[in-house]
Design a protein around this ligand. Sequence first.
Ligand code: C5P
Length: 237
Amino acid sequence: MSEGEGCPYRAVAIIPAAGQGKRMGAERPKQFLELKGKSILAVTLEAFERAKGICGIVVVVPAQEVAFCEEQIVKRFGLSKVVAVVPGGKRRQDSVRIGLEAAGSDYGLVAVHDGVRPFVNPEFIDKLLSEAAIKGAVVAAVPATDTVKEVDQAGHITKTYDRQKLWLAQTPQVFPYEVLLKAHQRALREGWDEATDDAFLVEQMGVNVTLIEGSPLNIKVTTPSDLILARAIMENW
Ligand code: C5P
């Protein structure tokens, strides 16, 4: 781990990018699709490379993409903070745990960020780290602008939520390293497999997690329509 002035929180970023991207329907997983000649994952990693408070980055990719990621992303774009590129697991949850274990326990804070969210500002990453240093666990989120409904199998609405109280959790999500590692180890031991984000596992430990308002441009590129939006955002990025 590189220490020094730029590393006040001893923060490592874990970038899960080991999904197969089936919802995109493309040949290659979505994290390797390009925006203006640069893969989505490369754009994401550059933001973490530029964030002052990040001192190490662990990238988690499909096993068959490790060599490509090392050569065509890390080396090509001079990503000097990347300390490991490791093969991921079956679920996102597994990939994050593998990344945490690969990082090792010398870090103080860990920022988990989806490899398919390229529009994250380095300054916002630094803001989350400084908030986490005070509050412990923080999560980027945006207020819900649509009304959220619950439906039954026939598609009939069974419940309407109070929009004033609803936020959409994004990444980065920042935690003390030991807290997130313990949460993942417990999830593995107890067979929890409903976690779609890391905050959920930490919440289950009874730890307070605070939302920090982020940007609606920090989209997760999941479907073909997200790719259209991502290409439009990239024009002005
Ligand atoms: O599946 P979801 O949209 O939640 O994926 C969010 C991020 O987690 C993506 O960057 C994806 O590549 C990653 N992921 C992973 N390992 C998996 C599944 C998803 O690293 N097994």
